[in-house]
Design a protein. Structure first.
Length: 131
């Protein structure tokens, strides 16, 4: 009986050691992964009445992108929209702007989580719309 108890205790201790080691590897991997970023660094100028299209890429994302959006507080100018398909690591701003101006546009998104929590990404762009 004592042998079985000792054997069970040794196995439980061994498994706990493996679990701790595995957890340590996951935590270290999560902490060391790079932060995702949005590219391009700046948006090219647009012109009123001229079709506009620019791809927005999410780089350094270790998992698919769940969402990529424009903040309602810093929107695109009228006539433009950001489209994104769930799981794609890119989106596209497209459309035809209708008014001139200098617009601050906040693009943000997040990635899916796995063993690690998903990550957030955002960039404040300035978009100049000319005549």
């Amino acid at each position: 009986m004592l042998q079985k108890t000792l054997l069970t205790l040794c196995m439980a201790t061994s498994l706990t050691g493996c679990e701790v080691l595995m957890l340590g590897n996951v935590v270290a991997g999560c902490a060391l992964r790079p932060n995702p970023e949005l590219l391009p660094n700046a948006l090219p100028a647009a012109a009123v009445g001229v079709p506009y299209s620019i791809r927005i890429d999410v780089i350094n994302a270790s998992t698919p992108v769940s969402t990529l959006q424009v903040a309602p507080s810093k929107p695109l100018p009228d006539g433009l929209e950001l489209t994104h398909t769930e799981r794609d690591k890119h989106g596209e701003i497209r459309g035809t702007p209708t008014e001139t101006g200098r617009y601050n546009v906040l693009v943000y998104g997040s990635t899916y989580g796995t063993q690690c929590a998903g990550q957030d990404v955002e960039k404040l762009y300035t978009l100049q719309v000319t005549e």
